[in-house]
Design a protein around this ligand. Structure first.
Ligand SMILES: Cc1cc2nc3c(=O)[nH]c(=O)nc-3n(C[C@H](O)[C@H](O)[C@H](O)COP(=O)(O)OP(=O)(O)OC[C@H]3O[C@@H](n4cnc5c(N)ncnc54)[C@H](O)[C@@H]3O)c2cc1C
Length: 231
């Protein structure tokens, strides 16, 4: 597929838009990931969660952080007009869009990418499903999709977006939460535990720490948690 646009989200994070070829109209689900590789290195394949949702037609969007070989090549070198091979979307990190459910989506850093897709689809379909994103970043300069999440929260009364900053200086004027995600913070956002589904996505260490908080700290049954481990 051709890279249509490259958008800088943060100095080390970019969204690439991969235009579907003429006549291509794939069936896929919000929350799935694609696998990509460059024409000159067909054996080096890496997965990226879709940051666009299933209602966004005509192109896939993935949001990549400069990290490792593939992450660096995409962020530093990918440009509009480049060709990238794409394997079809797959994966089971799917939002449970039922009216009574509350999806508590926990992310750190780039792990927030699929939650933009969750929030986009819910807003577009005016769903009653509640979605709460709890997002941990180092500083206020590290919030990916800040503007879009604020707009989605304004447009959809069932969507909320909360940020905690872990490495702000004491003098920083940020009035929001500080410190790491902990069980107490997650608990503040639970109103009906049996109908709450927890999601965690990102590097293994972060997802495993979140599993520990949710499954052991809050005693949530495993069936109520979905994770996507990036490695
Ligand atoms: C389902 C799924 C979805 C994903 N979605 C996304 C997404 O939406 N966005 C995203 O940015 N990533 C995502 N990833 C991660 C992505 O697939 C890549 O793994 C990532 O971009 C790193 O590229 P790489 O694997 O080529 O890194 P590698 O070059 O294999 O490096 C892997 C890690 O090891 C470190 N490393 C490499 N060499 C050394 C060394 N010599 N010494 C010390 N450390 C080293 C790198 O810094 C990096 O952190 C996803 C992964 C999966 C499985």
């Amino acid at each position: 597929m051709l890279i249509e646009t490259v958008t800088t989200e943060l100095p080390d994070t970019k969204t690439i838009r991969l235009r579907w070829p003429e006549g291509h109209d794939p069936a896929f689900l919000t929350g799935q990931f694609i696998t990509v590789y460059w024409p000159d290195a067909p054996h080096y394949k890496r997965a990226y969660s879709l940051s666009s949702c299933a209602l966004d037609r005509g192109a896939y969007e993935v949001t990549v952080k400069r990290d490792g070989k593939m992450g660096t090549r995409i962020v530093d070198w990918a440009k509009a007009g480049d060709k990238l091979f794409v394997l079809p979307p797959t994966g089971r990190f799917l939002p449970v869009f039922e009216p009574d459910k509350h999806l508590v989506c926990i992310a750190g850093g780039s792990g927030v990418t699929p939650f933009r897709a969750f929030a986009r689809e819910a807003a577009r379909r005016k769903l009653e499903t509640r979605i709460t994103v709890l997002y941990s970043v180092r500083t206020t300069n590290d919030i990916i999709f800040k503007q879009e999440f604020h707009e989605l929260a304004l447009a959809n009364p069932n969507f909320n977006f909360y940020v905690t900053c872990t490495r702000l200086s004491a003098e920083d004027p940020w009035e929001g939460r500080r410190g790491r995600i902990d069980a107490a913070w997650i608990k503040e956002h639970i109103h009906d535990l049996p109908n709450t589904v927890f999601y965690a996505c990102g590097p293994n260490a972060l997802v495993e720490a979140t599993e520990e908080l949710v499954l052991h700290g809050l005693q949530v049954p495993k069936t109520q948690m979905k994770t996507e481990k990036w490695g």
